[in-house]
Design a protein around this ligand. Structure first.
Ligand SMILES: [Zn+2]
Length: 140
């Protein structure tokens, strides 16, 4: 664990997040500044800054969870697209964004900067997180 990394702190349970999925390798939780409602992050449970540096089983576990969550978001929100992308400039711990997208303009540098300036709406995050968790349980 990297004590300075917010995602490591979430994995360790010392920072809070609205979790939607967890297994031995992967954790998924609501992005607290979503581009759109339903924006989820999927992370490996140990610190690694770059996706391509993960060992293959961990890489596959992260991507498999991203696929599953994209299926859930497609069913819950019925967006034209569910985007999945990896950038990692702000938090240097691998995270795959999984986001309902309604337009290419949902995913521009300006849209990302605007989302990052918004105040997290904890009630909305909790409500959407609960819907995603319930849908994952039903889909098993
Ligand atoms: Zn970390």
């Amino acid at each position: 664990m990297d004590e300075t990394c917010i995602f490591c702190r979430i994995v360790a349970g010392v920072a809070s997040a609205h979790q939607v999925f967890e297994d031995d390798e992967v954790l998924a939780f609501m992005d607290h500044r979503p581009l759109n409602p339903g924006h989820v992050l999927v992370i490996p449970k140990w610190h690694e800054p770059d996706l391509h540096c993960l060992d293959e089983p961990t890489y596959l576990a992260v991507m498999k969870t991203g696929k599953r969550l994209a299926e859930v978001l497609a069913e819950l929100f019925e967006p034209p697209k569910v985007g999945q992308f990896v950038i990692g400039f702000h938090v240097p711990h691998v995270h795959v964004h999984v986001v309902p997208l309604y337009s290419i303009d949902d995913f521009t540098a300006d849209a990302i900067r605007l989302a990052m300036q918004t105040r997290p709406d904890q009630d909305a995050l909790a409500e959407v997180g609960q819907r995603i968790r319930e849908h994952l349980l039903r889909a098993r």
